[in-house]
Design a protein around this ligand. Structure first.
Ligand code: BGC
Length: 750
């Protein structure tokens, strides 16, 4: 048996601790219930692991009096040993964070800036835990890669895009000395006005959960902990800390918790952030039904739960499933906890359980296996500059794969002038020169600036005169549009954390700019920068609309390549775009108090949200969920279905896909299921059961098979308190979007 070693470079031993000199002890490696984040996942949805620890480190013996430092023990055992060694004060130290928002940094001046941290406990060699945002790139008050709005990942319908996106965040975070990132956010878009739709993954639980799992696997493969947020039913911004989301059990499990269940199952995230809101009147951060019964017991979550910043309401939240209050102590002040224990409201064992859950992840991610720096009283934490090119490539590729071509009457792709041909192009809109991004904790500071205006100018070439006008100058737009061969209007709709959108329209100046351009020129294309649905009463006036979401720091290169067809658009809407802002799901005051400042959001629409609602109401949106055009066309053949016809068996739907156009391109075949009429509860007309994305050469046909695990066909059963497959007749439709007519194939389950 080899002696257990810990890697050390800096002197071992802690002044504050009168512990014996380190001795080598031998403990055989033991199996852990948790996957090792160090393996690079090949399947983007497969759980990954942390990378190897820096080679600059050298092995040191494990001190006998700190057996938790033995890296060959499983994380669970190490955490148990450490918790057993902790004093009450040390246990209480671990259940709340601190923040350097006021200028202090971890335990020492050289620590990296962050959005929060748990300070180290040098006498036990517990390192600091350093936490930052966020979902569209590292946000810790420094510059970092600014990726496009997170919704772009869902719009790619490609888990590989989300994996690379998550990995890019993790790599920047690692360079800047972070341990944990508050990403991904993926609350479902219940109402299109919700302020954070840009940060989330649309309105379908399967799509959102699949994309989140891939993102977590990418992020955690860098050795940084990922955070699923915000748990749960956190679907509006106004009154977000006081609102109660009143939601029935079926809807909670089948819709709002389902993306979390998928992500927990497929990526073993280290952290969940509980939400500001209440769920059925109990705060989400102190709710044993959602945190203990659902998250831990039903979904099998093994990590730790942190509050969304001040989302705790009582010291007993710690008993109900909360592990760490961030960023400061409000409810977890030692005095309050001790009082609650003295009153019998909770026990020291509750605290030990919570601390153990946190420590297991800290051990799993190797945070104790770095050299110790006595002078700083923390682990050695290498910090290096971010390589700007690395993340920028991911930022650009994400836009190229997630931008959605909403309309094209033939104006796109654009062409550059032939040699000697002189052209004049008008670009309208300040967003062409100042890329928009969503506001709040996803709003980072970009490393690179690459605007649409500059990139278009370069791509058109020297023979084209590219003229600019702000949307605020109608006279100039009219004059210049008349003189131009074509007009590109870059329109932008702002959205932010803390506020729900008051309207789904583009701002009035931009609306006017589009109309004026269209009155004076027949060739107008609109590039939309938005974080969510927009109504487009002007749609018939323009030839093309390309939605690039908030395109991040690679806005220019990606948008120019999409407009000119260097890349063929292949994104799809992860969220329905309504035709009329008044005809949207969950829109009454009773359902969505939102801007009306009410405190009760009643989810009376049940499972009929998003495209499920549009389908059940037989209303026509402007663009359905799953919609997206390409510069080529595709044809889907008649599907066949195979499966054992039992409630447990997986189903395979197969069909041919043909690229019927003249360009290479990617398409997203979607399989929707209609569940049997015999289901005990009303079911939506169509629900996404599977999807894939394939790229085909012109004229190429490929057979596609989509496997649908039985679980995808289930509905929530109140009696069995689980997802249950109902026997009966199912129909599968292979469709290009949630509304498209499609050949269906029946399938019976006994
Ligand atoms: C947001 C979280 C974010 C946290 C830290 C909160 O207000 O809701 O998403 O991670 O702030 O910035």
């Amino acid at each position: 048996m080899r002696p257990a070693m810990i890697r050390h470079r800096v002197a071992v031993g802690v002044a504050a601790c009168a512990l014996a000199a380190p001795l080598a002890i031998g403990i055989a490696p033991q199996a852990s219930a948790l996957p090792d984040p160090r393996e690079t996942p090949t399947d983007p949805a497969a759980p990954g692991d942390t990378p190897a620890i820096s080679s600059e480190e050298t092995a040191e013996p494990v001190p006998t009096n700190m057996p938790w430092l033995n890296p060959s023990l499983p994380p669970e055992k190490r955490a148990e040993l450490l918790v057993d060694a902790m004093t009450e004060g040390q246990l209480l130290h671990m259940v709340h964070g601190q923040s350097d928002l006021l200028g202090t940094r971890v335990s020492h001046a050289d620590g990296p800036p962050s959005i929060g941290y748990i300070p180290p406990i040098p006498e036990l060699r517990v390192p600091a835990l350093i936490l930052s945002d966020g979902p569209s790139g590292l946000r810790n008050k420094e510059k970092a890669t600014q990726l496009p709005a997170p919704i772009t990942q869902a719009a790619s319908f490609d888990p590989e895009v989300a994996r690379a996106y998550g990995q890019a965040i993790g790599e920047d975070a690692k360079d800047r000395g972070q341990d944990l990132i508050f990403s991904p956010g993926f609350n479902l878009a219940r109402n299109p006005q919700a302020g954070r739709t840009f940060e989330y993954f649309g309105e379908d639980p399967l799509l959102a959960g699949t994309i989140a799992a891939a993102h977590v696997n990418g992020l955690q493969s860098t050795g940084i902990m990922a955070t699923l947020k915000h748990f749960v039913a956190n679907n509006q911004e106004q009154n977000r800390t006081l609102n109660s989301s009143n939601v029935d059990e079926r809807t909670l499990h089948e819709i709002y918790e389902e993306p979390f269940r998928i992500a927990v199952r497929d990526s073993q995230p280290a952290v969940v952030m509980c939400a500001y809101n209440r769920v059925n009147h109990t705060p989400a951060c102190g709710n044993p039904d959602t945190l203990k019964r659902d998250l831990r017991e039903w979904m099998g979550f093994k990590g730790f739960v942190v509050t969304d910043y001040p989302a705790a309401w009582s010291p007993t939240d710690l008993k109900n499933g909360l592990n760490v209050e961030l960023p400061w102590q409000f409810w977890t002040k030692p005095k309050r906890i001790r009082e609650a224990i003295a009153k019998g409201e909770m026990t020291w064992d509750d605290i030990r359980d919570r601390v153990r859950e946190t420590l297991i992840q800290m051990f799993r991610f190797g945070l104790f296996d770095h050299p110790w720096d006595d002078a700083q009283g923390d682990r050695v934490r290498p910090i290096r500059p971010i390589d700007p090119a690395r993340g920028n490539a991911v930022a650009q590729a994400s836009v190229e794969k997630g931008a959605v071509l909403l309309k094209n009457d033939g104006m796109l792709p654009l062409t550059a002038p032939k040699p000697g041909e002189h052209r004049r192009v008008l670009v309208v809109g300040d967003a062409a020169k100042n890329t928009l991004s969503g506001g709040g904790s996803s709003n980072g500071s970009a490393l690179i600036s690459d605007t649409i205006f500059d990139a278009l100018k370069a791509r058109y070439g020297a023979d084209t005169e590219v003229v600019f006008s702000s949307q605020l100058n109608p006279a100039r737009i009219a004059i210049q549009a008349k003189k131009a061969d074509e007009v590109i209007v870059v329109a932008g709709v702002l959205s932010t954390e803390l506020l729900d959108r008051l309207t789904l329209d583009v701002p009035v100046a931009q609306r006017n700019a589009i109309s004026i351009a269209a009155r004076n020129n027949d060739h107008v294309a609109v590039v939309m920068q938005t974080g969510g649905p927009v109504v487009m009463p002007w749609l018939d006036d323009v030839e093309a609309v390309l939605n690039v979401w908030y395109p991040g720091q690679a806005a220019g290169a990606a948008t120019a390549r999409l407009l000119f067809g260097d890349v063929n658009p292949s994104g799809r809407l992860p969220q329905t775009f309504p035709a009329d802002a008044k005809e949207v799901p969950a829109s009454t005051r009773n359902q969505f108090p939102g801007a009306h400042m009410g405190f009760e959001a009643n989810y009376t629409e049940g499972v009929m949200m998003g495209y499920r609602w549009w389908g059940s109401e037989a209303k026509k949106p402007l663009f359905p969920f799953g919609h997206g055009l390409s510069y080529t066309t595709f044809d889907y053949g008649t599907p066949t279905v195979e499966g054992p016809g039992t409630r447990a068996g997986s189903v395979r739907v197969s069909f041919d896909v043909t690229n019927t156009g003249r360009r290479e391109g990617a398409t997203v075949p979607q399989v929707y299921v209609s569940k049997p009429a015999s289901a005990a509860v009303p079911t939506p007309p169509r629900e996404l059961a599977g999807f894939t994305k394939i790229s085909l050469a012109p004229g190429e046909t490929r057979r596609v098979s989509i496997d649908i695990p039985a679980d995808r066909l289930a509905v929530w059963s109140e009696t069995e308190r689980d997802r249950v497959v109902t026997p009966g007749h199912y129909a599968f439709a292979v469709a290009d979007n949630a509304e498209a007519p499609a050949a269906t194939i029946g399938y019976d389950i006994r």
